[in-house]
Ligand binder design. Structure first.
Ligand code: ADP
Length: 471
């Protein structure tokens, strides 16, 4: 039941129904009231007209002096009052009531304001619709002198009878309203269905998508559904892309992990197939096997690092660190590696720079760049690390005199497992994950990394990140 009240279609239906019903109710009540007023008015007029006619007849017949006229016209007055469920009285010049259709006040006096006014020749009529009551007073003239008022015909009537007519009218109009309400409810039901049809179709499509359907939605019948379709399609495209890259990553990982194992297997098989192989051969092959195992564990370590960085909600262990010190430590650690290839490493820094960083992660990121600068360098080449800062950002650049990266490959070097020269990378122990890790770490520090490289001349990677980390 609660579901119905929360349904958009139900709410729309109610709104449409109310909008349709409001004028019906308003017009109905206005019509009933005006027709009632008209009824009351015409009935009162009729009564007054009849009384006026009777008053004229009383004048002509000399009502106050003729006993015969009194009986005859008195009977007619009774009849008239009866027809209109009213009361009528005849008051003579001395304000004495000579005739009362209720026969209770005859002989008493009536000096009400309307009677007084009519004694002066005026006709009065008043309708009190609240009290459902109408009254009027009409002068009766002397038979001989048409200017002299001889008495007053004072009549009153209840309009309640007319109200009864009204209630039958109300019943009729309510019946019409109820019939109209049914028609309106049906119309509101149909109209809400038509209006919400595109939305319903999108809902079906979404349900299909939840079950794995990968078809795009093309519901362009309204601006809103067109926008919904487009955002859904964009989301779908992104999900497909994520799916594809995840599959690619998994297949790359499998491939990378298999390569050292295949090598180990080939080396081991070679030794098994030669039972009397010389000890030197054993030593050499086992050395190679050991290298391959090292490679395998390097790949696994890099993968674990990436997975840890990828974990959502991964916290950075931020602290304020002097970057000059960090870089000096880092270069000291890598010195032996550079020395092996006769590469000269320098650190250039105009001033002391401190920044909010996760020291372990940032050291790893910059180490990867410096290691690459050594690995993909020429014999006796050089590596220059520069540290700089402005009021907002720290800049660390790693420049080398190495082999360079072809222009068309530059956009891809940050992808996982991407290597420009597979053989060279393999021989230097590369996994193709180093730059992906570096980029992840720099991004986590709200920074950016870019590279400039000329083939055969060298490469410069520049990392930029804010001095103050804001979570
Ligand atoms: P790897 O473990 O293979 O070094 P990286 O992700 O660190 O993986 O680098 C990706 C590829 O980018 C490398 O295989 C290499 O071809 C190229 N590359 C990275 N740094 C440099 C550099 N300083 N000079 C030339 N090529 C580089």
């Amino acid at each position: 039941m609660k579901r119905i009240f929360h349904s958009l279609r139900f709410r729309l239906m109610v709104v449409l129904f109310l909008i349709g019903m409001l004028p019906v109710l308003l017009v109905g009540s206005v019509l009933v009231r005006s027709s009632r007023d008209r009824h009351v008015q015409s009935r009162v007029q009729e009564y007054q007209y009849q009384c006026s006619t009777l008053a004229t007849q009383m004048t002509r017949a000399g009502y106050f002096s003729s006993a015969e006229a009194q009986t005859q016209l008195g009977q007619r007055l009774d009849l008239l009052a009866g027809v209109y469920s009213g009361r009528a009285m005849v008051v003579d010049r001395t304000f004495r009531i000579v005739k009362d259709t209720y026969a209770i006040d005859e002989g008493s006096y009536c000096v009400g304001a309307p009677v007084l006014s009519s004694m002066r020749g005026r006709v009065n009529s008043a309708v009190d619709s609240k009290e459902q009551y109408a009254q009027f007073s009409i002068p009766i003239y002397s038979q001989n002198n048409q200017d002299a008022v001889a008495g007053v015909l004072y009549a009153s009537a209840s309009t309640a009878g007319v109200m009864e007519i009204e209630s039958s009218l109300v019943a009729r109009s309510s019946l019409i309203s109820v019939a109209l309400a049914f028609v309106l409810a049906a119309a509101a039901y149909l109209l809400s269905g038509v209006l919400l049809a595109p939305l319903m179709r999108i809902k079906e499509e979404f349900a299909g998508a939840a079950e794995g359907s990968k078809t795009v939605i093309a519901e362009y019948t309204s601006t809103e559904t067109a926008e919904m379709s487009e955002s859904y399609n964009r989301t779908l495209a992104r999900l497909n892309q994520i799916d594809a890259s995840r599959q690619e990553f998994v297949s790359n990982v499998s491939h990378e992990l298999k390569t050292p194992i295949t090598s180990i297997r080939v080396l081991a098989d070679a030794l098994i197939s030669q039972p009397d192989a010389p000890i030197e051969m054993y030593r050499e092959f086992l050395g190679d096997i050991s290298d391959e195992i090292d490679r395998e564990s390097t790949i696994i370590e890099d993968l674990l690092t990436l997975v840890r960085l990828d974990k959502s909600g991964q916290e950075l262990n931020i602290e304020e660190k002097n970057l000059n010190e960090m870089l000096e430590d880092l270069l000291r650690r890598l010195k032996p590696l550079a020395k092996r290839r006769g590469i000269e490493m320098t650190l250039e820094s105009a001033r002391q720079v401190s920044a909010d960083i996760d020291v372990v992660k940032m050291t790893l990121a910059i180490s990867n760049l410096v290691e690459n600068a050594i690995k993909y360098n020429v014999e006796k080449g050089w590596v220059k690390v520069t540290l700089n800062a402005d009021h907002k950002f720290a800049y660390i650049s790693v420049q080398d005199s190495g082999v360079g990266i072809p222009e068309e490959e530059q956009a891809h070097v940050f992808e996982r497992f991407y290597r420009v020269d597979k053989a060279r990378s393999r021989s230097t122990g590369g996994t193709g994950l180093g730059l992906a890790i570096t980029e992840d770490i720099v991004r986590m520090h709200q920074g950016a990394i870019r590279l400039v490289s000329t083939l055969g001349e060298g490469t410069t990677f520049t990392v930029r990140f804010p001095l103050h980390y804001v979570a």
